[in-house]
Design a protein around this ligand. Structure first.
Ligand SMILES: [Fe+2]
Length: 183
C-alpha cells in the first residue's frame, strides 16, 4: 500500500482491490490506444461514421481508465498507468496490424471490447466478494457504458458478410486478406 487511506475496509481487501483496479487501468489504456489505432487506419464503406464512432469509444475508455486510477488512489494505492506498464499488464492481445477494411476493424474491436466487458463483469463479483459496494458500483457503471459501446460496434456487422461468422476469430478472417501496406 503506497498511501494512507481512511476508507473502512481491511488492508488485505484494499490491496486486492488496488491490484484489480490497476489491471483494469492497464487494460483500459491498452484498449484506448487500440481503438485509436482503428480510428486512424480504418478505410472503406461508412468511413466517417465508423471513424467518428471509434473516437467516441476511445474517449469513453480513456475516462474509464481515469476512474480506475483514481479509485485505486482513494484506496491507498499507487496507479500504474504508464504506457509501458499498461503494455505489460494489459489483459488484451495486441492489435492486428493487417486490418484495413472497416469490417475487420469492427470485428477486432468487438473482440477486444467484449473481452474488456468480461473482465469488468468478473470485477463486479470480485468487489462483492471483498465487500466493497463502492468499487463494485464503479465497475457496474463502467460495464453499462462499455456494453452500450459494444452494441454500437457490433451493430455495424449486422447484415454484412461478416454476420454469421461469430465462430471465426478476427485473426482467422484477417489471414484471408492481403497484408496491410507499410505505414
Ligand atoms: Fe482523430
Amino acid at each position: 500500500m503506497k498511501f494512507p487511506s481512511h476508507i473502512n475496509l481491511p488492508r488485505e481487501a484494499r490491496a486486492e482491490l488496488i491490484k484489480l483496479l490497476n489491471t483494469c487501468l492497464a487494460t483500459s489504456i491498452d484498449l484506448h490506444w487500440q481503438v485509436k489505432q482503428a480510428h486512424w487506419n480504418i478505410r472503406g464503406k461508412n468511413f466517417i461514421s465508423r471513424h467518428e464512432l471509434f473516437d467516441d469509444v476511445a474517449d469513453h475508455v480513456r475516462k474509464h481508465a481515469d476512474n480506475f486510477a483514481e479509485r485505486a488512489g482513494a484506496l491507498g494505492g499507487y496507479a500504474l498507468g504508464t504506457i509501458r506498464l499498461a503494455a505489460k499488464n494489459s489483459e488484451l492481445e495486441e492489435y492486428d496490424l493487417s486490418a484495413v477494411d472497416g469490417d475487420d476493424h469492427i470485428r477486432i474491436l468487438v473482440d477486444r471490447v467484449s473481452r474488456y466487458a468480461a473482465i469488468l463483469r468478473d470485477g463486479i463479483q470480485r468487489c462483492a466478494d471483498l465487500n466493497d459496494p463502492v468499487t463494485e458500483d464503479l465497475f457496474t457503471q463502467v460495464l453499462s457504458e462499455v456494453e452500450q459501446d459494444l452494441w454500437f460496434l457490433e451493430s455495424h456487422l449486422y447484415g454484412s458478410a461478416a454476420t454469421g461468422r461469430d465462430d471465426i476469430a478476427p485473426s482467422a478472417i484477417l489471414e484471408e486478406r492481403s497484408p496491410a501496406p507499410n505505414a
